[in-house]
Design a protein around this ligand. Structure first.
Ligand SMILES: Nc1ncnc2c1ncn2[C@@H]1O[C@H](COP(=O)(O)OP(=O)(O)OP(=O)(O)O)[C@@H](O)[C@H]1O
Length: 259
């Protein structure tokens, strides 16, 4: 199910503004890839270009190629809605649907797909997804209660359950722990570790220790100068990036000398 992503010569624009320039990278299947770099260097923009979420902003566009499972995502024949189903996303702030129960939150994506489901099939998806997100035992006795009644960390795991309920190939996570306390953060990090046996995971994080803990590969993005586009400085195994990076600016960033 999981798949690699090949990105070549990708330029990402907001109108006339070139936000990210010339990215080449291969994201490996069944691995965790982290993007790090100073604020404004284009990590989130790049992440959103991987499931065609970038273009929902008026005037936003890309040049170059993103190939998933042999399919070029930006080919005119490709339906962006189908891409977003195949490549799910988890955001910085947990965003369960406030009026829906835990049960209905998990199924929200499946129901958008407009397939009618038997109750037993829906029950199975809810249990499998909540187990997959390490939330089942905490919520199994209150599935009919509102998702908003959960703690922040539980809400984020509910959002991960919702994302995996549609059986995507890739999970994109944009600073998924930045609104969480250390215990909830540890729970999400453990979960990321477990999920990578089934999914290709890409995570943006400001937390260097988190990148070092959870990822197999790390991409360091930077700006050449203020107002210049962001670019990928270095993409390597995480162990190398954090012990013996190729580029002096990577070393400076991870040792806290800028950013
Ligand atoms: N909706 C938008 N319209 C125009 N420009 C935008 C938009 N969103 C982001 N940008 C610009 O694109 C550049 C990259 O922003 P992006 O949010 O991707 O960086 P980032 O590395 O994720 O930053 P942070 O770490 O602060 O979240 C910045 O110059 C930003 O101002």
């Amino acid at each position: 199910m999981a798949t690699s992503i090949d990105i070549s010569d990708l330029n990402i624009y907001y109108g006339d503004f070139l936000a990210v320039e010339g990215v080449d990278m291969t994201i490996r299947a069944r691995s965790v890839t982290a993007f790090i770099g100073p604020s404004g260097c284009g990590k989130s923009t790049f992440l959103r270009s991987l499931n065609r979420m970038h273009e929902v902003i008026p005037g936003a566009r890309v040049e170059g190629k993103v190939v998933v499972d042999g399919q070029s995502l930006y080919d005119p024949s490709i339906d962006p809605v189908a891409v977003r189903r195949q490549i799910g996303m988890v955001f910085q702030r947990p965003n369960p649907f406030p009026t829906m129960s835990i049960y209905d939150n998990v199924l929200a994506g499946n129901r958008l797909n407009a397939k009618r489901m038997k109750k037993s099939e829906a029950d199975d998806i809810v249990e499998r997804s909540l187990r997959g997100a390490n939330l089942w035992t905490e919520v199994k006795d209150r599935l009919g209660k509102p998702g908003m009644g959960l703690s922040g960390g539980q809400q984020q795991r509910l959002c991960i359950a919702r994302a995996i309920a549609v059986e995507p190939q890739v999970l994109l996570m944009d600073e998924p722990c930045s609104a969480l306390d250390p215990i909830s953060t540890a729970a999400i990090e453990d979960l990321i570790h477990e999920l990578k046996s089934d999914y290709t995971i890409v995570i943006v994080t400001h937390n260097m220790q988190q990148a070092a803990r959870v990822s197999d590969d790390t991409g360091f993005f930077n700006l050449k100068a203020a107002g210049q586009p962001g670019h990928l400085v270095e993409f390597n195994a995480t162990s190398k990036v954090f012990s013996n990076p190729d580029d002096p600016s990577t070393e400076a960033y991870i040792s806290g000398r800028f950013g």
